[in-house]
Design a protein around this ligand. Structure first.
Ligand SMILES: Cc1ncc(COP(=O)(O)O)c(C=O)c1O
Length: 318
């Protein structure tokens, strides 16, 4: 894992404590339990991967939302709002998704530092979910947030997994990288209390084999994703469906708002006319209304077929 992070992302995590967790979401749950108390404010930037909110709520913490800004089909962080919310809503923790699901932004060094610096300034713990780090288009680069400044080691907790990169979700093995030893102890206590103290040997072998031998595989997958993205762009071009500008991920965030239709009507058209299932963007937060998330980690022929069907339904729709 360390050599993967080093060779693919130029990141040296060798001094961090590695804690194994069954999943990234359960890792986030463990960190929330270990380092915050009931009713503490935890900030997320929506639209974002919906289990962040679920983990905050099931653990009876307070969800504080900062909406991302969308200009000309491109999402950016609303730093002024983030800082105001951190201060005014007594935020103790931020859960950050980098690269970002569902919007496909690969945050720049400057953006990452803005988030980390504001957390540092206000004594906020920062969870950096980097599970999508290996799906980045050629024009962008993923930077592991904690490596951008040695001072970030005190308050940043990084989560990664082979589950997305190598399609190994069913091995239920992911990693937390933690430098702050007080946090390490508290997080390990949570797993000890749950009796989660050993991993599946099969999972560890699968993961090791993937990280050792999977470089070409991941390059090839990324090439197919890029090809699929071009297919979607070309076929949906004549429609009013807008594809938000992304720099990575195998997920596209499609904007159907130009049709000025109720979300349920769009759903109905997709499902019952085009016979294509996309995820309703509303699950990722209120600002996801009118958007749908499309997974393009698939055979180009299937992607082409899905888009052709969607175009046939939406092309001439007023
Ligand atoms: C941002 C993000 N974090 C975590 C996960 C899931 O992680 P796990 O299955 O390891 O809990 C996903 C899966 O979609 C994801 O997109």
């Amino acid at each position: 894992i360390l050599s993967w992070c080093s060779s693919r992302h130029n990141a040296d995590l060798s001094e961090a404590t590695l804690i194994t967790t069954p999943g990234v979401v359960s890792g986030i749950g463990a960190v929330i339990n270990a380092l915050t108390d009931e009713n503490d404010g935890i900030l997320i930037m929506e639209p974002v991967y919906h289990p962040f909110r679920r983990m905050i709520e099931v653990n009876k913490r307070r969800t504080v939302v900062s909406e991302l800004s969308l200009n000309d089909g491109y999402y950016t962080l609303n730093m002024k709002d983030i800082e105001e919310k951190i201060v005014n809503e007594a935020v103790k923790m931020v859960i950050f998704c980098t690269p970002a699901n569902p919007i496909g932004r690969v945050w720049t060094i400057q953006e990452l530092k803005q988030v980390a610096d504001v957390c540092q300034k206000h004594g906020v713990i920062l969870i950096s979910d980097e599970i999508h780090m290996d799906f980045v288009f050629p024009q962008a680069k993923h930077h592991m947030l904690v490596t951008l400044n040695p001072a970030y080691r005190d308050f940043v907790i990084t989560l990664i997994s082979a589950s997305k990169t190598f399609n190994l979700a069913d091995t239920h093995t992911s990693q937390l990288f933690v430098y702050n030893q007080t946090y390490v102890e508290k997080i390990e206590q949570i797993y000890a209390r749950l009796g989660i103290t050993r991993q599946s040997g099969f999972a560890l072998e699968a993961q090791a084999a993937a990280y050792r031998n999977g470089h070409q595989y991941v390059d090839d997958v990324n090439a197919v994703i890029l090809e699929n993205k071009k297919i979607v762009e070309t076929i949906l071009e004549p429609t009013k469906i807008k594809i938000t500008k992304s720099e990575g991920l195998y997920l596209l965030w499609l904007d159907f708002r130009a049709y000025k239709k109720d979300v349920n009507d769009i759903m109905d058209l997709l499902l019952n006319k085009a016979h294509v299932w996309l995820i309703n963007g509303e699950v990722f937060g209120k600002s996801g209304t009118g958007f749908f998330r499309m997974n393009i980690a698939s055979d180009p022929m299937l992607v082409k077929e899905a888009c052709t069907r969607m175009a046939a339904v939406f092309n001439n729709l007023i």
